[in-house]
Each structure stands twice: as C-alpha cells, then as structure tokens.
Design a binder for this molecule. Structure first.
Ligand SMILES: CC(C)(COP(=O)(O)OP(=O)(O)OC[C@H]1O[C@@H](n2cnc3c(N)ncnc32)[C@H](O)[C@@H]1OP(=O)(O)O)[C@@H](O)C(=O)NCCC(=O)NCCS
Length: 198
C-alpha cells in the first residue's frame, strides 16, 4: 500500500485522465445520483447505512473520482466502534457504469486506504464481495466475532488492518461513533472562518 498520501492523484487510463481528490460540497448531488444508479432507491435500507445515518464521514476521508469535471466515482469512510475498538467502515464505493473496469475503483480504494493509514487509523471494515475486496487485503479473518446492526452475510463482513493486530480484541456490535452531520458542518464553517481570519 502507498505509504505517502497525496492530496490529489492523477491517473491516465486508456488516454483518459481521472483524478482522485477530496470530495467537495459541489460533488454531493452527483454523488447521490451515482449512488442511486449503482445501488437503487433501496440503498438507504441497507444495513451499513445504519452506521452512516446522520453522521459525517471521518475527517479527510471522503473522495471523488473526477473525469473531465464530472464525478464518476465515490468512496467514504466512517468512524465506528468495532466491539469497543476504534475502526473505520468503508462505503459506499461506486463507479459510474460508463467508467468501470478501468481501475477507477482500485484507485479510489488505494487512495482511501493510504489516506486512512496516513491519518493513523488502525483498521477498515466493510460489507462486500471478498472476490473484489481481497485484492486490497480485505478478508473475513478478523470479523468472525463482529456483528452489524441489521442483516448481513458472515462471509461478506470483511476487514483489513492498517496496523498489525488492530482488530485482535474486536468482538461485538459495530456501532457508529462519527460526528453528527450538523455538528460537523458547524465545525467545518468555524474552521473556514478561522482560516479566513488568519
Ligand atoms: C465494484 C465497483 C466499484 C468496481 O469499480 P471499477 O472501477 O470497475 O473497479 P476496477 O476497475 O478497479 O476493477 C474492475 C475489476 O473488478 C471486478 N469486479 C467488480 N465488481 C466485482 C465483484 N463484486 N466481485 C468480483 N469482482 C468484481 C471486475 O469484473 C473487474 O475485473 P477485471 O479487472 O478482471 O476486468 C463498480 O463495479 C461499481 O460501482 N459497482 C456497483 C456498486 C457496487 O457494487 N459497489 C461495491 C459494493 S460491495
């Protein structure tokens, strides 16, 4: 995994440039449309959504893939307690259907995991297909004692440790611990005002 996290990474895939960069407020409408198209309207009922409801993503860990000014991919990470152990949950990951199989998903994943590691996080958990996520180091090895707040398939609850042994003592329910979305917005505005005043 990349040890150094760069603010923006530019990829050239089949002569088309893609950039992975921090998500911006102006990306939100496009991101939501992309998630609707990728997961359908029922996406809000998915179990992992319970870990995101009303929460803000972890600081600095929401990314967009952009192609010619258009958002074509998204991934975010969220603070959770994994049976008492601080961790991140990753998701949703989605790439626009017109841009799949070009490595955009892998670029988002590698960028997000490197960023999480650079920020000192110890482990990332997700619910997804091992056939895709194993290439990034995810496996069910450390999630056997963990549960999600809703239905889930045991073999699709996956994790990767960014720090060896980070999930050794993790057992019990995974619960959201991220900042409430409204408080995060206020904190963000306050930070902006401080920067402007400086
Ligand atoms: C999964 C997804 C993000 C991958 O994005 P992408 O940009 O196409 O990914 P990459 O280009 O890095 O990798 C593509 C490869 O992964 C494979 N792949 C994609 N989804 C897969 C899955 N669920 N299981 C196994 N392999 C998968 C593709 O077949 C392709 O294989 P190839 O390289 O042998 O052709 C994208 O297909 C998507 O948005 N799907 C709909 C939403 C979704 O399912 N998100 C994941 C939630 S678990």
């Amino acid at each position: 995994m990349t040890a150094v996290w760069k603010e923006t990474a530019t990829l050239t895939l089949e002569a088309a440039p893609f950039a992975i960069r921090a998500e911006r407020a102006s990306d939100i409408a496009a991101r939501e449309a992309l998630l609707d198209a990728s997961f359908g309207e029922g996406r809000h009922a998915r179990t992992c959504q319970r870990l995101r409801d009303g929460r803000a993503p972890a600081e600095g860990l929401a990314f967009s893939a952009v192609h010619e000014g258009r958002v074509v991919g998204t991934v975010r990470l969220w603070h959770v307690s994994a049976g008492g152990i601080p961790a991140l949950v990753l998701g949703p990951l989605a790439v626009d259907a017109s841009c799949r199989k070009l490595g955009v998903g892998a670029a988002l994943m590698n960028h997000a995991l490197a960023a999480a590691k650079a920020r000192g996080h110890g482990a990332v958990i997700l619910r997804g297909d091992a056939a895709y996520y194993s290439r990034f180091g995810f496996s069910p090895e450390k999630t056997g004692e963990l549960a999600l707040p809703g239905p889930f398939e045991r073999d699709r609850l996956l994790a990767v440790e960014l720090r060896d042994g980070a999930l050794n003592e993790a057992w019990g329910m995974i619960v959201a611990t991220g900042m409430k979305a409204r408080r995060a917005r206020v904190a963000g505005k306050a930070r902006k005002l401080v920067v402007q005043a400086a």
